[in-house]
Design a protein around this ligand. Sequence first.
Ligand code: UDP
Length: 425
Amino acid sequence: MFPSKKYRIALISVDGDPAVEIGQEEAGGQNVYVRQVGYALAEQGWQVDMFTRRSSPEQAAIAQHSPNCRTIRLKAGPCEFIGRDQLFGHLPEFMAEFQKFQQLHGYSYPLIHTNYWLSSWVGMQLKKQQPMIQVHTYHSLGAIKYSTIADIPPIATQRLAIEKACLETVDQVVATSPQEQQHLRTLVSRKGRIEMIPCGTDIDNFGNIERLQAREKLGIAPDAKMVFYVGRFDRRKGIETLVRAVGESSLRGKANLQLVIGGGSRPGKSDGIERDRIANIVGELELTDCTNFAGRLDHEILPFYYAAADVCVVPSHYEPFGLVAIEAMASKTPVVASAVGGLQFTVIPEVTGLLAPPQDKLAFAAAIDRILTNPDWRDQLGAAGRQRVEIAFSWYSVASRLTQLYTHLLAQPTAVTQKKAMMAA
Ligand code: UDP
């Protein structure tokens, strides 16, 4: 049920601009989540202001997406890209700008939904100064991230402490998978309120294209066995495992095996460095002829790639949710994914795809080969994936569940003072 009154709410994503191009350095699932949730909530009656930091002078301070939904870019440090691990010191300025924005426009947000630990800090500080409800989505957990990397950044201690304080004090944490919910409980804190509401995908944008039609558009041969990856170039994404798995495939040299790797990168930046590392491995394994680095793929062309693929591989070391898996499933393409985090929730082994232990190139190779060598089964897995996404993972259903949650929180007696502060549209 949609709220009868249009409340003005704020989605805060300091580091993940919902209006930027996706698929490059540090712009991925969080940006997509905030944007799509914002759009869908606006369609369901909320006045949605999405706050982020301005990271380039070319960016508009305000981008209006629909009558009820806009991105607002606040000043927080120099107007340039700053990596997440360097942003903490700029948060007080972001918070002050947020408050200035409220004052200037004469309203006070009764509910904020913060995203990632940096924004959780902003929310917790704001809550000390004005009555408001805070909902939080983590998108990534320091406790897991730091257990998988060798170079732990100096900000780690602060991040872990803030993630714990957030779970224990905000009005509601939204976990995007049962696995994330469990990790929050076992690795972060036993205190605090958690509800599981998954991520979603655009079921109208994905799933309308036939395989051969997509291949014709992309210039991929009808008989090719196409293995597809899309995502950021980041070691955590495990692209190396995929490349090594293709190197081990029993189809290598026998069928027209093609590996397509999609995702943006910039020379000299962390994603460019990872892309070069992956390209070197491709070269060492003599896979250059059958590998195509497709670059950043926008959501106009991406549905063609998913549709053209025989299998989409998500080889991440960890994934709290993993949007790519459900985008592929929405496109009727089976998924081979690491048996980690939210991928164990979205991908049903033997039904919508297969799971393999992370970083296990032989297990990935075997799973990929099973699908590539059985086109009827591939189609069955694809159809089941589509069905699962339609039932469980549309942005519409995600926004409906968030609407229910927000409405419930705003109706609680403790929220009376906040209600008074609400601004009608
Ligand atoms: N993406 C994209 N174009 C690219 C690379 C990635 O649109 O070239 C999108 C992809 O479709 C998905 C998101 O970026 O919506 C990645 O989200 P995911 O949860 O899989 O990973 P994250 O980036 O959050 O680690």
